[in-house]
Structure formats: structure tokens, C-alpha cells
Design a protein around this ligand. Structure first.
Ligand code: GNR
Ligand code: NI
Length: 176
């Protein structure tokens, strides 16, 4: 078990497109364990392998209050979507510290993925069926974006994104 380092914007490695997992083996199962450990340590509700500099299509999520409902997805694919919504609470990202924004997301998604036993499963999430489901819908889309090298701030205007970049660069300078 290990807590992994998280990459921070504007690290170019966050722009890497992740490759599909070819074989769900012990190495992947270990990665998933370490990703959960890292996510819980950082108090996040989700984590994509991209954020720990592993460019394979793996995401972990736990939106529960107790942090006792881990969900993982290997090679996730969105197979259908319906509608667009903006969640009441703003979106944040462990790779973009101290930044929050309202982002339009699909309201209803159906996804297909593999579990750690190499079994295919499907999951439908409807953001209109409660706050937890809304967070789960957003979180799945947020994590899947990471696997494409995409960040939530990419949905903002270039001006807003530049301001965030300047702010974080300044902070990183001050820390160094
Ligand atoms: O911890 C996280 N919280 C969160 C809140 C609203 C929408 C998305 C997220 S995901 C984020 C963790 C993270 O950066 N995952 O990639
Ligand atoms: Ni994120």
C-alpha cells in the first residue's frame, strides 16, 4: 500500500491520454488499492490514474460520507447520455488546488466498465434522482475527462483559466 504523489496543473503530464488496460492483473489491482489510499488521504471523492502519473484507464470514486463505498472502473466508457445540468455545488479537483467552478455536465449517463475481476458491468446514473446521484454523475464525468487529459477548468473561458494558472504558479513559486 502506498500514498501516491498527485500531479498539479499546469503539469503537462496531466494532458496525457490514458491507454486502455489490456489485462486486469495484480498490478492493476494494486494500483487501484493505492489510488483509494491516496484519494482517502487527500479527502477526495474521486481519483483518476492520470493524476498519479499512471496513464492507464482506471478511476476510483467514493462519494459516501463515511468513505466506505469504494467504486472502481477500469476502461470506463459512456454508452449513452441525456440532458445537461449544473450541480448546485461547484466542482473542484485535487490537481487544481483552491479552485472551484460550475461546470455543465450530462444529467443522465450510462457507463460500461470492467471491475477488478475483469467482469464487464454497466451503471446508470441520473443526477435528478438526488444529491448523491448528482455528485456521482459529475464525478464519473470529471474522472473520465482526466483519462482524456482534460481538466474541469478547460470548460471555462481562456481568461478565467489563465487567471487560475497565474494564481497557482505564484503559489508554487512561493512554496519553492
Ligand atoms: O474531490 C473531488 N471533489 C469533487 C467535487 C465536485 C466535483 C468533482 C470532484 S472530483 C475531486 C477529486 C478529483 O480531483 N478527482 O479527479
Ligand atoms: Ni480531478
Amino acid at each position: 500500500m502506498a500514498i501516491l504523489d498527485i500531479l498539479h496543473f499546469p503539469d503537462p503530464r496531466l494532458r496525457t491520454k490514458a491507454k486502455p488496460v489490456k489485462e486486469v492483473d495484480d498490478k492493476i489491482r494494486n494500483l487501484i488499492k493505492d489510488m483509494f489510499e491516496t484519494m482517502y488521504h487527500e479527502e477526495g471523492v474521486g481519483l483518476a490514474a492520470t493524476q498519479v502519473d499512471v496513464h492507464q484507464r482506471v478511476i476510483v470514486i467514493d462519494i459516501s460520507k463515511g468513505g466506505n463505498k469504494p467504486q472502481h472502473f477500469i476502461n470506463p466508457e459512456i454508452i449513452s447520455t441525456e440532458g445537461i445540468f449544473v450541480r448546485e455545488e461547484k466542482e473542484g479537483c485535487l490537481s487544481v488546488p483552491e479552485t472551484n467552478a460550475e461546470i455543465p455536465r450530462f444529467q443522465k449517463i450510462k457507463i460500461r466498465a470492467l471491475n477488478n475481476k475483469n467482469e464487464t458491468f454497466e451503471l446508470e446514473v441520473d443526477a435528478t434522482s438526488g444529491k448523491e446521484q448528482a455528485l456521482l454523475a459529475v464525478c464519473i464525468q470529471h474522472e473520465m475527462d482526466h483519462l482524456e487529459g482534460k481538466l474541469f477548468i478547460d470548460y471555462l473561458s481562456p481568461l478565467k483559466r489563465q487567471r487560475i494558472k497565474d494564481k497557482l504558479k505564484k503559489q508554487q513559486r512561493e512554496k519553492a
